[in-house]
Ligand binder design. Sequence first.
Ligand SMILES: *Cc1c(COP(=O)(O)O)cnc(C)c1O
Length: 429
Amino acid sequence: MPKDMTETTVFDRRESDARSYCRGMPAMFSTARGSELIDADGRRWIDFLAGCSSLNYGHNDPDMKAALIDHIASDGIAHGLDLHTDAKAAFLTAFEEHILVPREMDHRVMFTGPTGANAVEAAMKIARKVTGRTNIIAFTNGFHGVTAGALAATGNGYHRGGAGMALTGVTRMPYDGYFESQTDTADFLEVMLNDKSGGIDAPAAIILETVQGEGGLNAARPEWVQRIAKLAKDHGALLIIDDIQAGCGRCGTFFSFENMGVTPDIVTMAKSLSGFGLPMAMLLVRPEHDIFGPAEHNGTFRGNTHAFVTARVAIEKFWADDAFQNELGKKSNLILDKLADLAVMVQGAKIKGRGLMQGVDVGSGDLASRICARAYETGLVIETSGSEDQVIKVLAPLTTPEETLRDGFDILLKSAGDVLASETRIAAE
Ligand SMILES: *Cc1c(COP(=O)(O)O)cnc(C)c1O
């Protein structure tokens, strides 16, 4: 490769200051396979970020790649608006057969523009149209995207600050465990909704993540989610579960809410939906709420046929039987064991999350960031999460072999050891 191709100054010179992940991980990444990222000089990193859970099946899955190459080589349609294409039919059929029917879900599938935020926008609009109401209840530390409608439902103050306009139509309520006391925040919501002078406008929807991916890996208890679902029903609101990050196997089952005894009215999906890291988003909506007219929520890129091809392979390869899901159970136990080893190193640290989206709250964003920076220097890509970036978050591809998981944790634990030892040294000086 010519020298100038590994030269990263062009990013400083020309790329907007809005860039983010590359600042802490400035390598020139060039290839990737499975759970490994490789830079232009051949340096390798184990990937515990997986494109923020957009690469749950790892980088360049060989079967998805082969299907995509075949599709392109035979002049398969690349962009299809929302025309009928054989690739879309094959995806929908696989999704119906292996995901919806076995879970007795009668939902329809609506393709939106290819980002998660777009699916959330559509979900919020449907709920408002169905109910004729404006207000949507969202929770502390929820993240639902950064376009204006979705941003109103997002808690993060930094992101909200970028809106440049009033973010309206959402009432924020405390998520499960927010007060760390005995207070059940579902009681709190119930009392407020039932009080005619509680000041909350009748909600069109309640939107939640079962595990808050960006908001610090807070995991709602199934009982809490059930109570919120019932409150939504009792108050004539739709329940929207944003499964953009927690879904596609991340919590150990295809949907994060599968074993919680709730049926959401709307489910938003994106990130790992295409399986290959290609942009693709959609929502699932109960038939009675599927009320948008033709093109009422449109978008040019609702037919990323390449994504349909890889998404179909992902469903058929990983979700046609229980084998993959059974593996996920074993892997989440391993992750939990290793995180326990990390947690004992830091006083007051807490394990957060569920399934394969777990991490450790080390109590300080500065400490978490330094541990992740040290991990990057020594061969592991990993990020923080939470309002203060205080949670070290493990989002390894679900397909990561056990041995690679162990290698990644060796780096992480060693990095934490290095950072903590240097702190002790500094304190002693
Ligand atoms: C990432 C994410 C979104 C937004 O998806 P984009 O593709 O970044 O717009 C929405 N909700 C959740 C839970 C997410 O993790």
